[in-house]
Design a protein around this ligand. Structure first.
Ligand SMILES: *[C@@H]1O[C@H](CO)[C@@H](O)[C@H](O)[C@H]1NC(C)=O
Ligand SMILES: *[C@@H]1O[C@H](CO)[C@@H](O)[C@H](O)[C@H]1NC(C)=O
Ligand SMILES: *[C@@H]1O[C@H](CO)[C@@H](O)[C@H](O)[C@H]1NC(C)=O
Ligand SMILES: *[C@@H]1O[C@H](CO)[C@@H](O)[C@H](O)[C@H]1NC(C)=O
Ligand SMILES: *[C@@H]1O[C@H](CO)[C@@H](O)[C@H](O)[C@H]1NC(C)=O
Ligand SMILES: *[C@@H]1O[C@H](CO)[C@@H](O)[C@H](O)[C@H]1NC(C)=O
Length: 684
């Protein structure tokens, strides 16, 4: 199936709707009602913008058969009638102009025929007969490849006609009442039909398979309108109008490691290359000015496109089929039927899910193994191990011999493996888990057969963390897991910490990371590409820290720009490496905090001198007292002008000279309470 997602965007109750139209640029729907009113709805704000009664000036036809004839009106000549087309013997219900030839049009009539006309000729060019009752509606196919017309009639049938050889090529059966509207979608490979049975049916425009039946309980359907370049479809009913959104939310796009992006615009495949931008300056979150190259059209309607790990091939999936193409020239290399397709970590391997029970593994485009996972196969996941989802959970298999590695009680949505195969993220409906794959333990268990249960190898994985966030798309750079979340944040996770790179203003899908550019690339469903800077040196440093490899971390540090040092220092601090954080940070506030926490009096003193802040002197004084560094404490309290503190220090240490000095200072500064106390204590 096409697996189109269908979402209702607007429901507008009103009197019977006889015609709907979508504005080409504004989010507006125009509906004309049987009672003579027209309404404009804004389908983004759901507001009825405007409604008014039309003053219709009806041209009174003093001509016989006015309802059977067609009239051409010239608006440049004050709407005079410039031509009459005669031929139908009953009411004419609809006409449509051929989008490929504006001099030709077709008409549908209750006389059970469809007639095709040429402007300039008053008699029909030809007649299509086949419906057994009146024909209500008609539409031309606008795609380039087929000379087709579609019609719907009171015989409850929908017919597709080849108007060149004038034959009916297909009859669509299913509606339980008169068919009132038909439409070839201007872009999606679908036919939409509406009927007095209250349903809207969606059919595949090449296979003619019924994809979906929609019943919104608004009584009879009267009209349908699709729009080029949009996934919105407007429907008119007895009780109002509805806008539905058709199509896949996630765009079919993929980027290889060198920055070549391939995407599908409906069935057309296009390519853009990041390298071709040259030295154009790029700002975070800004749409990239990419030159787009057409690569031809795909034989299936692509729902996903995915490069293999080395980027030489792309697989296009959709409609229960897959086609593997060369990424450069889009030449097909292999194809077949599959519910799902995943690439292995090894670029020459892939797996397909043939049905809910059979999974097949291919190597070098040849079938290597077909197997039936124990609890069925509801979904498969590629990468380092082959993941198979069933109602019981997730099972990981070895690509080589399809041996069970580990069964995990989880219902994954996505699985992302790091390049090294050491880390894996399993994302579910509401959270994600980071696991470490312990390949040595797996190898040992396989060797001596210890620790192996019916759920596989017990020690195969170790849980590193669970985070209550919904991952939409993700990828690994070293040991950092970068992802977009359901609340449109672009984050990365490293060592138990989540760092937010950006707040996105719309849903974006991660395409990849190019280390050379220090940038992360994302696309949206309108196929815009944006990027965000993310320094590879920072990621490398953080990865080294997480591995406790401080030798490596020290080597990477000089490559991190100064302005990023503090961010890195905060990361170190959160990991508990305060000493390292103090050494790395370039923010004096942060360094002072760290120095206090570490009890580094000298560094803290230096920073307090530089900052000349009373607050800092007070904090340092407290630390000095706790460390019994009384002379330092005294100096700090002086700088902080903390007479209370000085009094406490002087009296507690029984330092009469200090009390004497304090008395003078306090009196001079008008600190009368302290001055009184000090004189009193001295018996003065
Ligand atoms: C027609 O119906 C619409 C909505 O149902 C209503 O707002 C409008 O007043 C009606 N117009 C007439 C002329 O009855
Ligand atoms: C309309 O048809 C009637 C009967 O067929 C005929 O008598 C009359 O002249 C026609 N009127 C016109 C305007 O053609
Ligand atoms: C129909 O139109 C085509 C041109 O579009 C013309 O060649 C042909 O002669 C016409 N046939 C009739 C019966 O008028
Ligand atoms: C007419 O053309 C269609 C393809 O559009 C083909 O399937 C059909 O067989 C043709 N019919 C005749 C009678 O040539
Ligand atoms: C379907 O059309 C017929 C005329 O062909 C009409 O009599 C009938 O009432 C229509 N059905 C519905 C449900 O309106
Ligand atoms: C694959 O390519 C061949 C040769 O160009 C073509 O005949 C065939 O239809 C293609 N098949 C698919 C599924 O794209």
């Amino acid at each position: 199936p096409l697996r189109l997602d269908i979402k209702r965007k607007l429901t507008a109750r009103s009197d019977r709707v006889k015609s709907v139209d979508l504005h080409p640029t504004e989010p507006w729907m125009l509906a004309s009602l049987y009672n003579g009113s027209v309404c404009v709805w804004n389908h983004e704000t759901q507001v009825n913008k405007h409604s008014s009664s039309l003053m219709l000036t009806t041209c009174t036809m003093k001509i016989n058969n006015s309802k059977r004839n067609l009239y051409l009106w010239d608006w440049e000549k004050k709407w005079s009638c410039s031509q009459v087309f005669e031929g139908h013997t009953h009411y004419v219900m609809q006409i449509v102009i051929n989008p490929k030839d504006n001099n030709q049009f077709a008409s549908a009539s209750l006389d059970r025929t469809i007639k095709v006309w040429q402007l300039g000729s008053s008699s029909p060019n030809f007649t299509l007969e086949g419906h057994e009752k009146g024909v209500n509606c008609i539409d031309y196919y606008s795609g380039g490849d087929k000379p087709y017309l579609i019609s719907g009639a009171d015989d409850r049938l929908v017919k597709i006609w080849d108007y060149q050889n004038k034959t009916c090529v297909q009859t669509l059966e299913g509606h339980a009442q008169n068919v009132s509207c038909v439409s070839f979608h201007p872009e999606l490979p679908i036919i939409i039909t509406g009927s007095e049975d209250g349903t809207v049916r969606i059919w595949h425009s090449s296979t003619y398979r019924l994809e979906s039946t929609l019943n919104y309980g608004m009584e009879r359907v009267w009209c349908v309108c699709g729009l080029r370049g949009s996934n919105n479809v407007a429907l008119g009913y007895d009780e109002g109008s509805i806008i539905i959104k058709l199509g896949r939310e996630e765009p079919a796009m993929s980027m290889d490691t060198s920055g070549k992006i391939i995407w599908a615009k409906h069935s057309e495949v296009q390519q853009a290359n990041l390298k071709a931008m040259g030295d154009t300056e790029i700002k975070d979150g800004e749409r990239l000015p990419l030159a787009v190259k057409d690569m031809g059209s795909c034989e299936i309607y692509p729902q996903t496109i995915q490069h293999n790990p080395n980027g030489r091939f792309v697989v296009v999936c959709g409609d229960g089929e897959y086609i593997i193409y060369t990424a450069m020239a889009l030449r097909n290399k292999s194809f077949g039927s599959a519910q799902e397709f995943v690439w292995a970590h090894d670029s020459s391997e892939y797996a397909i899910r043939e049905s809910n029970s059979v999974v097949k593994i291919f190597k070098n485009f040849k079938e290597k193994k077909s197997f039936k996972p124990d609890f069925g196969a509801e979904g498969i996941y590629g990468g380092f191990l082959l993941g198979v989802r069933s109602v019981n959970g997730l099972a990981f298999y070895d690509w080589e011999n399809t041996e069970l590695i580990r069964r995990i009680e989880i219902q994954p949505k996505h699985i992302f493996w790091s390049d090294s195969g050491e880390l894996v993220c399993i994302a579910t409906e509401d959270s994600f888990f980071i696991l470490r794959y312990l390949s040595e333990k797996v190898a040992a268990s396989q060797e001596n057969n210890e620790g192996v249960t019916e759920d596989g190898i017990e020690d195969a994985f170790e849980v590193c963390g669970e985070i209550q966030e919904v991952v939409k798309t993700g990828l690994w750079v070293g040991d950092c897991f970068i992802y977009t979340s359901s609340v449109n944040r672009l984050n990365y996770f490293v060592g138990g910490e989540i760092v937010t790179i950006a707040h996105l203003d719309r849903t974006m899908y991660l395409l990849g990371y190019i280390p050379k550019d220090d940038r992360l690339y994302l696309g949206d469903k309108e196929l815009n590409i944006v990027s965000y800077s993310l320094l590879v040196s920072v990621l490398e440093y953080q990865t080294a820290v997480m591995r406790r490899d401080f030798g490596m971390a020290d080597k990477v540090l000089p490559t991190i720009p100064k302005e990023q040092r503090t961010r890195v220092a905060h990361f170190l601090e959160k990991q508990g490496f305060k000493q390292q954080a103090l050494a790395v940070s370039s923010d004096s506030e942060h360094r002072f905090e760290l120095a206090l926490q570490l009890g580094e009096l000298k560094i803290a003193y230096q920073l307090a001198v530089e900052a000349e802040s009373e607050q800092k002197w007070k904090q340092l004084a407290e630390l000095a007292i706790s460390k019994c560094q009384f002379s330092l404490a005294q100096e700090c309290l002086h700088h902080a002008q903390d007479y209370g503190g000085l009094l406490l220090l002087a009296t507690a240490s029984g330092n009469a000279a200090m009390v004497g000095k304090l008395a003078e200072g306090a009196e001079r500064d008008g600190k009368n309470n302290v001055a009184f106390m000090t004189y009193f204590l001295q018996g003065k």
